[in-house]
Design a protein around this ligand. Structure first.
Ligand code: SF4
Length: 195
């Protein structure tokens, strides 16, 4: 490398300073690692499942606040769970970007309804939403339940309402969901895990 005397002293001085800092324990790698550790040290961690697809990769969700009553919790970091038996710490780009979904201003956090003929979505309570769903289900089932087919064979079908299940449901809750839907006679059952 060509350099004049002034440049030589500048490079030598910078190299000496860097090696002295490393000797004193100021390694850049260690310093960066320390920053990351400090950020997560103040957080509590919860295990969860990626909501996007049927692989159901495990996630560790770090929340600020020690669950004290006067602390407002906020998710600050999400990463793959290395102890998860399916994903072993890995996440695809969708799962790795789940923070954006959590913090998106477009995220719907409560039930909404658009009345027949209406243009606007209106916020309703969970109680009202569940009551409305139950009433709609009963009315539709009463009107359309099929007990026998054309050959006179008992079928007990409810062909006019479908049931869509969540992809991050556990085996147990998925089993119960199918049992409930089938017990009502539903034929159209699907899961977002296939989407
Ligand atoms: S979207 Fe990606 S990270 Fe999420 S469960 Fe599916 S494969 Fe795993």
């Amino acid at each position: 490398m060509d350099m004049n005397r002034r440049q030589f002293f500048r490079v030598s001085g910078a190299g000496l300073a860097a090696s002295s800092l490393v000797a004193l324990g100021f390694s850049p790698t260690a310093a960066l690692a320390e920053t990351r550790q400090f950020k997560l040290t103040r957080a509590s961690v919860s295990r969860s499942t990626c909501p996007y697809c049927s692989v159901s990769c495990g996630q560790l969700i770090y929340t600020l606040g020690d669950k004290a009553k006067n602390a407002r919790p906020a998710v600050i970091h999400i990463e793959g769970d290395p102890d998860h038996p399916v994903s072993r710490g890995s996440l695809c780009p969708k799962g790795a970007g789940v923070m954006d979904m959590l913090t998106s201003p477009n995220r719907v956090k409560y039930p909404e309804v658009r009345e027949p003929g209406g243009k606007e979505w209106k916020r309703i309570s969970w109680d009202e939403a569940l009551t409305r769903i139950a009433k709609h289900m009963k009315a539709d089932r009463d009107a359309n339940f099929v007990t026998q087919n054309e050959a006179g064979t008992t079928v007990n079908r409810w062909p006019t309402t479908g049931f869509l299940m969540c992809s991050s449901a556990s085996n147990e809750s998925a089993y119960l969901s199918v049992k409930v839907a089938r017990a009502l006679g539903m034929i159209a059952i699907d899961t977002q895990a296939r989407v």
